[in-house]
Design a binder for this molecule. Structure first.
Ligand SMILES: NC(=O)c1ccc[n+]([C@@H]2O[C@H](COP(=O)([O-])OP(=O)(O)OC[C@H]3O[C@@H](n4cnc5c(N)ncnc54)[C@H](OP(=O)(O)O)[C@@H]3O)[C@@H](O)[C@H]2O)c1
Length: 430
């Protein structure tokens, strides 16, 4: 810190989020300084390509990380490069040098969180990562501070805007998956390579971070059960609607007594669930805890400016603590609870299958469920497809393993052409 009232900032990355951070830091400097009682001064910016036109003075630009990381004239390192490396190494080096670090990088926190928190603890350095989950929604601070006295039992989130846009469009217009994806790409809501969003990797990283904070146990992204939205059809969405449900890519984390359940997959929610009305690219996180009860956090889950809102607030928070000598909260993963294997997780299921359209078939299918001790809530014949019939089955709560065995057995029945889709149903109980 120069004198008492200046905090010097170095940015690693000047892309979507970095440019918004640099611009808003300038535009809102008066209010930021008034609230913080100090000036956040942007000193250096690391980029890959030094020849690109940049909205900051040329002498701020560097391609050498050592101008920022562990540099004695930088107090806060703001990592906005993305990806695992070199971001992870640069964050750790900054923390080891005693610099405060702010990042919006979910990949690094979800995958290398334990190591990063350890580096921060050893050098008593500050680490903040609000922008890494749900863009502009202040969910991490809410879980860490505002809800700190609660025992959180369940988190349910729509935390990937791309997939929520696609599913909302399929539901509103009856279009198929690829049409909705093309539209998302045209509008800039989906990357040219959208795999990380569609396959649920992005949501898995975010729910791993939220579950670690909410349940005080380390959840790594690769421990999260994950299934993407590619197999969802407009028919599934329409049949769900007839049954009073909305389809979402749900990220769910639930605490059991000594285990944690964490999963991301397409899920039917009752239409009156608060998350069912979250449409388009918006994000929301629904939290159940004691004593608070049910709360929901809603807002823009991505975008340079929305994420800059979270990053700048983190920068102000770490600067304030640095100036006041306040203690950092640090890592709160006190436990090491195992993650519940997906085979033992219990939900209700929707199944859509094609079977021969002739007498006795429904009874044969129902008999198989009975034999596997799965109770059926409803069996509905939807329409004829040539000589076959499309059938929708809804089960009562049953363990996943039992359901998967039954699906395998269904596929061997001569009368069943194929099980086309299996979608879990959540009623929202903690
Ligand atoms: N975009 C969003 O809506 C959003 C929302 C929430 C969180 N985030 C997270 O925020 C972070 C930044 O996202 P973004 O969308 O701003 O990314 P981006 O537009 O791709 O920008 C990345 C920036 O980092 C620089 N960079 C990347 N690798 C580098 C390297 N090895 N050495 C030096 N500079 C390097 C790039 O330099 P060049 O300019 O020279 O290429 C670019 O300026 C990511 O972790 C992302 O997950 C983004």
């Amino acid at each position: 810190m120069e004198g008492e009232r200046r905090v010097r900032v170095g940015l690693l990355g000047l892309g979507n989020v970095g440019q918004s951070v640099a611009r808003v830091l300038e535009e809102n400097s008066y209010w930021i300084e008034r609230k913080l009682g100090a000036r956040l001064e942007l000193k250096k910016v690391l980029v890959r390509d030094p020849h690109k036109q940049r909205p900051v003075p040329v002498d701020m630009i560097t391609t050498d990380a050592r101008d920022i990381v562990a540099h004695p004239k930088i107090d806060i390192v703001v990592e906005l490069m993305g990806g695992l490396e070199p971001a992870r190494s640069l964050i750790i080096q900054s923390l080891q040098a005693g610099q405060a670090v702010v990042t919006a990088n979910k990949e690094v926190i979800a995958h290398a969180g334990a190591e990063i928190f350890q580096a921060a603890a050893v050098s008593n350095a500050q680490l903040a990562f609000e922008g890494s989950v749900a863009g502009g929604i202040p969910i991490i601070e809410a879980l860490k501070e505002a809800l700190a006295a609660n025992r959180i039992s369940c988190l349910m989130g729509i935390i990937n805007g791309t997939t929520n846009f696609i599913l909302s469009k399929m539901a509103a217009e009856g279009v198929d998956f690829s049409t909705a994806l093309t539209e998302a790409q045209r509008l800039g809501y989906a990357e040219a390579d959208p795999a990380a969003d569609l396959e649920g990797h992005d949501a898995a990283r975010k729910i791993a971070i939220l579950a670690s904070i909410a349940f005080e146990t380390r959840v790594s992204d690769d421990a999260v059960y994950r299934q993407g939205i590619q197999a969802v059809t407009a028919d599934d969405i329409a049949y769900g609607r007839e049954l009073g449900w909305t389809l979402k890519l749900l990220a769910l984390a639930r605490r059991h007594s000594e285990t944690v359940e964490v999963r991301v997959h397409p899920t039917f929610l009752p239409n009156d669930h608060p998350l069912a009305s979250v449409h388009g690219v918006s994000n929301a996180v629904f939290v159940q805890g004691y004593p608070v009860g049910e709360t929901m956090f809603y807002g823009p889950g991505a975008g340079g400016d929305a994420t800059a809102s979270a990053v700048l607030a983190d920068m102000m928070m770490v600067a304030r603590r640095r100036l006041s000598g306040g203690k950092e909260l640090g890592c709160t993963c006190f436990d090491q609870f195992p993650i519940l294997p997906i085979a033992t997780v219990e939900t209700e299921y929707y199944l859509r299958l094609e079977a021969a359209d002739k007498p006795g078939v429904m009874a044969e299918i129902a008999r198989l469920f009975g034999k596997n001790a799965i109770s059926l809530n409803s069996v509905i014949q939807k329409r004829s497809i040539g000589s076959d019939a499309e059938i929708v089955l809804v089960t009562h709560r049953t363990p996943e393993g039992k359901l998967q065995n039954t699906v395998a057995a269904l596929n061997t029945l001569a009368c069943v052409k194929a099980v086309r889709n299996v979608i879990r149903i959540e009623r929202g109980q903690g």
